[in-house]
Design a protein around this ligand. Structure first.
Ligand code: TRH
Length: 361
């Protein structure tokens, strides 16, 4: 049934970290469970998927999970068939043999390059653009996720529809999750948290965040600094991580996928953006801040958020910025519920993608 586009292949090459595979795994699962597509996820590094999805075997070339066929993509992977829709995630370069088979197919597949999420307005004008192959009868379309209806939407499964609770009791411990790169000013963050009057628990997953904390203290955790407790936690399976973001009152997130999840959790959040050459990421950071803070109820809240995001990403003047942010965290969370509701008015990425592809047959 080529017109219904039942068969989807998603190709994912892991560059570093977990964002690329996190996005692809979410998309694959959602296309299978919410759109009844037959999805194969081709990933070159199963070890990167395993922490997010501990059920998989990193040794198995072909396995089925959550309705998705997970294939280990190696240079020797053979092409048994081409799908109706082929997603090349983040310009990962499809195997040449696969492209040749696409060109030979009687019904040409819909070929999508799934791009990184950005709030920059140029992405809207490039969304959906067609790029004909220079020598083969194939057309690739550029698909840009984004925050407006002029973009390709945001990944949001049915399970992402619940926000976190608003726990405002004065006697509770303020729970903070810390997911960041090793360039973040973690020492200053911990010193500032330790200087607050009320009890705080900071939860730190392994990898770059925990390494940064260990470097600061010079010994393994858990750590106690006044009323601040810093607790190492395991790397959680993806859905449990989403749950953690809903439960913490402040979430430090990074990259692309945890950044978006923090917005669905609708608690206060701080974003460390993935660094790019020539500081291109700073433009991307400001593009997001402009959109995100545009409807904040007052200039103070706007400035508090912008100042902390900049301080966290630059490493400069964090103490004051963080103290102000913590003092305003309830107003920020209230606003984030509104922001989340506005974003949720647009079609989610998987639904929008299904629709987009159906017009490209
Ligand atoms: O890991 P990241 O830094 O990924 C980055 C970005 O995607 C960036 O844009 C990309 O260019 C680069 O990788 C190569 O941050 P991100 O995007 O938040 O991805 C982390 C994933 O890990 C996300 O899907 C959430 C998941 N995760 C868990 O499942 N459990 C956990 O305990 C934690 C901390 C994260």
């Amino acid at each position: 049934m080529a017109t219904m586009q039942r068969h989807w292949d998603i190709f994912c090459r892991v560059i570093d970290n977990f964002g690329d595979i996190g996005v692809c795994w979410r998309l694959a699962r959602q296309l299978a469970s919410e759109h009844q597509r037959l999805v194969r996820l081709w990933v070159d590094d199963l070890n990167s998927l395993k922490p997010l999805c501990p059920e998989i075997s990193a040794q198995c070339d072909r396995q089925q999970l959550a309705g998705v066929e997970i294939r280990h993509w190696t240079p020797s992977s053979t092409v048994d068939r081409v799908a109706d829709v082929v997603i090349e995630a983040f310009a990962c370069d499809l195997p040449e043999a696969y492209i040749q088979r696409m060109a030979q197919a009687a019904d040409k597949p819909c070929w999508i390059n799934l791009e990184y999420l950005t709030a920059e307005s140029w992405a809207e004008s490039c969304h959906g653009m067609a790029s004909p192959h220079p020598s083969l009868p194939l057309v690739k379309h550029f698909y840009f996720p984004g925050f407006t209806e002029r973009s390709g939407g945001l990944l949001r499964e049915h399970s992402a529809r619940a926000a976190g609770p608003a726990d405002r009791s004065s006697d509770h411990v303020l729970k903070i999750s810390l997911f960041c790169y090793d360039t973040a000013p973690v020492g200053e963050l911990l010193d500032t948290l330790a200087a607050q009057d009320s009890p705080i628990e900071c939860l730190v997953p392994p990898g770059k965040p925990l390494a940064a904390v260990e470097r600061h203290f010079g010994k393994p955790g858990p750590w106690l600094e006044g009323t601040l407790r810093i607790t190492p936690i395991p790397f959680l399976p993806l859905d449990e991580y989403d749950q953690l973001l809903r439960q913490c009152e402040v979430n430090f997130v990074r990259g692309e996928d945890s950044f978006l999840r923090a917005q669905w959790a609708a608690q206060a959040f701080v974003w460390q953006i993935y660094k790019q050459d020539e500081d291109a990421h700073l433009v991307k950071l400001d593009a997001f801040l402009d959109r995100y803070t545009a409807k904040m109820p007052d200039e103070t809240l706007k400035s508090v958020c912008q100042t902390l995001f900049h301080a966290w990403n630059s490493g400069l003047q964090l103490e004051r910025a963080l103290t102000d942010f913590l003092a305003h965290r309830h107003q920020i969370a209230d606003y984030n519920r509104q922001w989340r509701a506005e974003l949720a008015e647009h079609p989610d990425l998987a639904s929008a993608l299904v629709k987009f592809c159906s017009t490209k047959v």
